[in-house]
Design a protein. Sequence first.
Length: 326
Amino acid sequence: MIRAAFIMDPIVGLNLKKDSTLAMLRAVQLRGWKIHCLDSSELFLKDSQTWGRFRSVSLSSAFVESLDHKRADNNWFQLGEVGELPLCEFDVVFMRKDPPFNMQYIYTTYLLEKAQDTTLIVNDPQSLRNCNEKLFATNFPQCCPPLIVSANSEPIRDFQKEQGHMVLKKLDGMGGSSVFRVMDGDPNLGVIIETLTDQGREPIMAQQYLPEISDGDKRILIVNGKPLDYALARIPKKGEARANLAAGGTGRGQPLSERDRWIANEIGPELVKRGLMFVGIDVIGDYLTEINVTCPTCIRELDTQFSLDIAGMLMDQVQAKLANSE
């Protein structure tokens, strides 16, 4: 029997309607795998091995059958007693801890990296650490819109003069936080730059404003280097420049365009090379804007709209990888 562990936020606080990690837990349970979970703060090093304080977890049969949040009562999951185990006891560990990407997150990747000789880590901890979700996209300039990264205000101001409208964002932001649309002649440009760069101490990204955002910021999920056939176009709510679901956007499923698929295929081989088995890329119009590697979402929305089993597809790839490593 395959033993799987999930490093994740407390299960009691997950969004029953839309959380992607729940879809993964369900897919694992349907396969009869043994499941444990823990928080990243419960990892520790002992005798040169990474250990964790785990609990077994199981979902109720009614919830597993449909993954319907309306059928979830107070007993929709059960947790076992806390027990200490080395990570080498597990076949696969899924890193599903939400950002912020802070020093605790980085230390977690170091601890996970020490377990890689015996255990498959999804996604690869070194790549989680190295592939900043905004900067990593710039490794594929043929896919990206015009952009600049700087902590200095002058290059950013020059970029704004060239582009007119632009978007400014912190390199470690998530969910649409600290994203500003700046128009030509905006008198607030100076204070926006000062705030985002922490008075010139922290680099930020300035990106050409893409008016196609009105048609949605497309989330494309990639499983082991291969894109799904559908994207979730996140549509900004009225009066809002950001399309993120966390910022009030709504999700509309749609087939991939030829350009979407081309972008995904440009990126896919590098994702496989870096051990990034489950990734969500963001595409606005014809351009790649981000590559999300830490805790990609939108499984549930796409599953519902297109009768898919995305988490099941991921587990099939994990099982094949484990079989090939034996």
